[in-house]
Structure formats: C-alpha cells, structure tokens
Design a protein around this ligand. Structure first.
Ligand code: ZN
Length: 222
C-alpha cells in the first residue's frame, strides 16, 4: 500500500507518494492531475490558477464551481486529508485569491495573459487574504517519515495558500509560464539549467514536440 506523506517543497507543502519501501527509488511527484485538478507548478499556490481551465478561450471551464470543489482542491493539493466544510463565502474568496495570484504572476512573470486587473489590485487582494488567520500546521514524525497536516476553518486554508503565494512571489524563485501558446499555466522552474519550458512534459511538452516533428516533415516534403 502506498503511504501518503506531506513533504515540504521549497515554498510550501506538497504531498508525494512514499516509495521509501523500495529504495533506491526516489519518490516521484504525485500525478500531475489529482481528483480532476492540475498540479503542474510545483507548489499549490502557483497551481491554484489552474482551476480556471482554458483561460484564453471565450468560455473558460470553472473547476471551482461549488464550495465542495474548494474542499476537494485542498485535499488534492495535499494540505489536508479531511478539509473542513466550505461555504459560498469560501468559494468566492478562493476564486478571488486565484485570480489575484494569476494576475500577479502575469504582471511579473508571464506573457500570454491577459490579467483581469492591475498589479496593485491583485497585490492588495493577495495581501488581504494572506493577512487572515492561517491554518495551524502540525508536525508528525514517525520513523523516517515526517508529515505536516493543517487544521482550521476553510478560510484559514485559503489564507495559508495566500501566504504561500506571498512567500513564493517574494522569494525570487524562477516563476515561468508554459510556452505553449494555448496554455497559461505557471510553474516554479527548479531545473538545474533554469530552462524548463513546459508546465508538463507529458502534456504541453509532448504536444509541442509532435507539432515540431510534423512541421519539419512538411518542410522536408516528407
Ligand atoms: Zn502548458
């Protein structure tokens, strides 16, 4: 049975499959898609904007459609195994935070936008949500496994994500936008060379390679 552990990423908390029973394999990241949500960015805060899919299309797909979706996202993001109940206010707050994170990322690190508002208004929302009381982290140590679980009302979980975003944007981390012209996802580039181009090698990276292959084939008359 695969145990789940919480593991700190550089800027927050991520949950990984624990393959410690099968050394020397290092634990790979959890699946990029969990419970219908995409987690390609490396940290939950930068993954939150991915809950509005197809942003550049006339009718984006809202993955945070109900308060229950916010609960599901918090669990999928690895912040908790049992998220507290969420209400309509939490849903609105999560969406506001999401758009603020997206807008800050676009203004500071992106290109294909467009942002919904100014950098100042996004920053104000981000800081306001981060100023709310955050969820309480509890550390558990069991053998070689360390885990962090959060408790608190849903508003506190949303504030925790906002604080993570504040730390991330303020850290000088390399935040980049996927180079696919149809993708607006952001990610934290932790590659050694600092040249990661895609939110996902399996997703946008593969599509780009196939398109490039076809283009070359056409050009060579093949
Ligand atoms: Zn992408």
């Amino acid at each position: 049975m695969v145990a789940l552990i919480h593991e700190t990423c550089q800027y927050g908390y991520m949950r990984h499959d624990d393959y410690s029973q099968a050394p020397p394999m290092r634990a790979p990241l959890l699946a990029e898609e969990r419970d219908g949500f995409r987690f390609r960015g490396g940290c939950p805060a930068i993954d939150l904007p991915a809950t509005l899919q197809a942003r550049l299309k006339p009718a984006p797909r809202e993955l945070l459609a109900t308060p229950e979706d916010v609960r599901r996202w918090m669990v999928a993001a690895g912040l908790t195994d049992t998220a507290p109940p969420a209400d309509e206010g939490d849903l609105a707050l999560a969406r506001r935070l999401r758009e603020a994170i997206y807008d800050v990322a676009v203004h500071r690190h992106g290109g294909s936008g467009p942002p919904r508002g100014s950098l100042n208004s996004a920053l104000a929302v981000l800081n306001q949500v981060a100023a709310l009381p955050a969820a309480i982290p509890t550390l558990t140590l069991a053998g070689s496994t360390a885990s962090v679980a959060f408790t608190g009302p849903m508003t506190a979980f949303i504030a925790t994500v906002a604080r993570e975003a504040v730390h991330l944007f303020g850290s000088g981390a390399s935040i980049r936008q996927c180079q696919s012209p149809t993708c607006t996802l952001f990610f934290v580039d932790t590659s050694r060379a600092g040249d990661r181009r895609w939110c996902s090698m399996k997703g946008c990276g593969t599509k780009a390679k196939v398109a490039e292959f076809r283009r070359r084939k056409r050009e060579s008359g093949g």
